[in-house]
Design a protein around this ligand. Structure first.
Ligand SMILES: C[S@@+](CC[C@H](N)C(=O)[O-])C[C@H]1O[C@@H](n2cnc3c(N)ncnc32)[C@H](O)[C@@H]1O
Length: 392
């Protein structure tokens, strides 16, 4: 018989197994919501500094997004998800499995007893979930993340977590690159945190050969980076001194830039487009160029309340700059997504623009050009730096 309480039954069993330590995993499948690349959601128990949480992994075609929730919030998400967007769920516990299926209004829940299944340790999960679990590497010491004894320093825990998160995001994007080995160029590499972490993970854990070149203005950082790469035995990782615009990126399969200052992000995107890179991924930093133009130009009068306060001008400049970047990428044949890549507790500059070249992709060119022109006119923008580079 059709029963609307099957979802609640499943949630009760999930909650009980969570509190008794018997939860192995809850997996939501049969997704038919608005996100085309979402495949499944996995829910596990995790121990965090703030107590035990429900850890949700949204499994997309080429990447995972992980977020932890307190019980009330987790139950709300599951309840809504199971009622509308997910057609099935499998609960695995140490003592039984439950299979939930929904077909329109009709719901079914089947319970099967199991024997001898152990509960995963939430601590163990935490370490295992991290791409880089081994901490005694020379590069971690050279970059000041690990101390002499090889353990991650107390004051570098956040940075280490952040780097692991970046590897989690970038590894599937790199996995989708067809070239063997792919060439990844990191523009404005700084000390090369991401480059060392990604190279280490791909070379030693995934065992996929890769070439990574970090481009950086500051010569000392380049010298240090090359010395550390050599000491680590990372033959495919190197750093080059110079400006992004002076670097020959031809042959690059991926161009990335994390927090490259202001228009350096545009330079990096331009180099990626010019090279025909399959992947361009940038986490923009300050957005001064557009902010200056918004302040000097004549934005639409109706925007006045939105641009009255300095802090909002800053945020609007960020949104407008990155929206125009996304549209310009789209215009050049890139399927573009924008999402938060680390918690805003680590940095407020936490948007990642990910653009993947897709020959079949392309909205009406005229419509995209019209949108760009309208946004510029609305915010009183004369020219976007990236647009200037592309027009030549
Ligand atoms: C905020 S740091 C970020 C470093 C690194 N990507 C990270 O996330 O840790 C920005 C770096 O970009 C470099 N940079 C800025 N403009 C550049 C340009 N036009 N060409 C090359 N490097 C540049 C700076 O010297 C600086 O090291």
């Amino acid at each position: 018989m059709n029963s609307p309480d099957r979802i609640e039954e499943l949630l009760n069993a999930t909650r009980d197994s969570f509190s008794s330590g018997a939860l192995v995993q809850l997996k939501l499948g049969g997704y038919h919501g608005p996100e085309p690349e979402l495949k499944a959601v996995l829910v596990k128990k995790i121990a965090t500094k703030g107590g035990e949480k429900y850890s949700f992994t949204w499994r997309y075609k080429t990447r995972d997004t992980i977020k932890n929730y307190a019980e009330d919030e987790a139950m709300e998400l599951l309840r809504d998800g199971l009622a509308v967007e997910f057609r099935s769920a499998q609960l695995a516990t140490t003592g039984f499995d439950m299979l939930f299926e929904r077909n329109g209004e009709k719901q079914r829940l089947k319970r099967t007893e199991v024997k001898g299944r152990a509960a995963p340790s939430t601590e163990h999960n935490r370490a295992k979930n991290r791409p880089l679990s081994e901490t005694g590497k020379p590069w971690l010491k050279a970059l000041g993340l690990a101390g002499k004894n090889g353990a991650i320093r107390h004051d570098a825990q956040d940075k280490f977590r952040q780097i692991n998160k970046m590897v989690e995001i970038f590894a599937p994007l790199v996995a989708a690159l067809k070239a063997e080995p792919p060439l990844i160029v990191d523009m404005g590499a700084g000390k090369g945190y991401l480059d060392f972490a990604l190279y280490d993970y791909l070379a030693t854990v995934v065992k996929r050969p890769v070439r990574i070149v970090g481009v950086e203005l500051r010569e000392q950082l380049v010298e240090d980076g090359n010395a550390t790469a050599k000491a680590s035995g990372f033959a495919g990782l190197s750093f080059e001194a110079g400006a992004i615009m002076a670097f020959d990126a031809s042959g690059a399969d991926a161009v990335i830039a994390l927090h490259a200052c202001d228009t350096a992000t545009d330079d990096a995107i331009f180099k990626g487009i010019a090279a025909g890179a399959a992947l361009i991924a940038v986490a923009p930093c300050c957005h001064k160029q557009i902010r200056r133009q918004m302040e000097a130009g004549k934005p639409d009068e109706t925007l006045e309340p939105l641009l009255r306060h300095g802090i909002f001008v800053e945020r609007q400049a960020e949104m407008v700059t990155d929206t125009l970047r996304a549209l310009l990428l789209e215009l050049n044949g890139y399927r573009t997504r924008v999402f938060e890549f680390v918690s805003d507790a680590h940095t407020p500059k936490n948007n990642l623009i990910v653009a993947e070249k897709d020959g079949r992709f392309g909205r009406d060119r005229e419509a995209v050009l019209r949108q760009i022109a309208e946004i510029k006119a609305m915010f009183g923008i004369d020219q976007h730096h990236l647009e200037g580079l592309l027009v030549g």
